[in-house]
Design a protein around this ligand. Structure first.
Ligand SMILES: [Mg+2]
Length: 227
């Protein structure tokens, strides 16, 4: 097989916002009744604010968080309270502290099939900590955090750094991420093939292979597991 490595985005691919922790904390700070289910329900709509190409990825991430709470009913005037609360929570423990429970088995299948696994994340220097907190970090031989290397997706150089460290050519690696403008555009510019994670079916009909979950990515590459 010419494909030797599968490289993953982190946020909304391997790591998800821990809504069960965010809802009560922001709810208490703003006086707006929030539930994890409510936040989860508006997250897809909020994700559309990440597709805008302007700004750095860090700005995009704050727009995403702001949009979730605004859509969940927190008045825009309380934006600063939301931001301060989230910052305090993130200082204490990584905000992206949840994962899809099917992910470890999918990563295990990929590793058993001989694929090398890595992560390329636009983050704040804490992606290893975030992956460690949910018990995923051990699956990856390489984790690249944009804050450590000084370039961020969609800049193709961050993919080049990963390939160089793995000693692989672009056609030997596949990238999996959830934001078209960042993950698909960036990985393609570096010559990698891409699968776009699209759990809500928002990208059907676009010129890219989509999968709903990391488990579905493994099924695509390896075939569905025996029942
Ligand atoms: Mg992402």
């Amino acid at each position: 097989m010419s494909l030797k490595a599968v490289l993953f985005d982190a946020g909304n691919t391997l790591l998800f916002l821990d809504y069960g922790r965010l809802a009560p904390a922001v709810g208490e700070a703003t006086g707006v009744a929030l539930t994890a289910e409510r936040l989860r329900a508006v997250a897809g709509e909020a994700a559309r604010s990440l597709e805008r190409r302007d700004g750095t990825d860090r700005e995009r991430a704050s727009r995403y968080l702001e949009a979730i709470f605004r859509l969940a009913g927190v008045p825009a005037a309380q934006g600063e309270t939301v931001r301060d609360t989230l910052l305090a929570l993130h200082r204490e423990k990584h905000l992206w502290g949840a994962m899809d429970p099917r992910t470890p088995a999918a990563l295990a299948r990929l590793r058993e099939a001989g694929y090398r696994l890595g992560v390329i994340s636009n983050s704040d220097g804490r992606v290893v900590e975030g992956l460690g907190a949910v018990g995923l970090v051990g699956w990856f031989e390489l984790v690249i955090d944009s804050a450590d290397v000084g370039v961020e997706k969609p800049d193709p150089r961050i993919f080049g750094i990963a390939l160089e460290r793995l000693g692989l050519a672009a056609h030997e690696a596949l990238y999996v991420g959830d934001i078209y403008e960042v993950d698909v555009i960036g990985a393609r510019a570096a010559g990698l093939d891409v699968i776009l994670l699209d759990p809500l079916g928002q990208h059907a009909g676009r010129d890219v292979t989509v999968a709903a979950t990391v488990a579905e990515v493994a099924d695509r590459l390896l075939g569905a597991p025996a029942a």
